[in-house]
Ligand binder design. Sequence first.
Ligand SMILES: [Zn+2]
Length: 134
Amino acid sequence: MECLFCDLVSKKKPSHIVYEDDSAVAMLDIFPRSQGHTIVVPKVHAETILDLPDDQVGPLFLAVKKMTQILKNKLNPDGFTIGINHGKVSGQAIDHLHIHIIPRFKGDNGGSIHTIVDNPSGMSLEEVEEKIIS
Ligand SMILES: [Zn+2]
């Protein structure tokens, strides 16, 4: 199976790895949206978080925490946006789960996660809640 991120994680292809542990690799995004824009990639191939084995979820998010701390210490941003593009419709370009850590700086003119999409269903919160929990 051809997978760019599997090749980067296994170092078959070069990348800018800035953190690595037993479960995950963090590398600089090649199309950075801010200084230090990093992606954290699980070493096992999983297309989305729903495909990631349960025992890998915790270690992956621990790697996200550690990488965020490193970026805070080294680059001193004012905040972060941390997120996953899950599925083509959301903008997932590589079919291997990766979590973006985007350092945010005062005055960077970026928006919050709420600016990504504005498509409420028209249903009440109670109707949506019932749909989810029933
Ligand atoms: Zn892969």
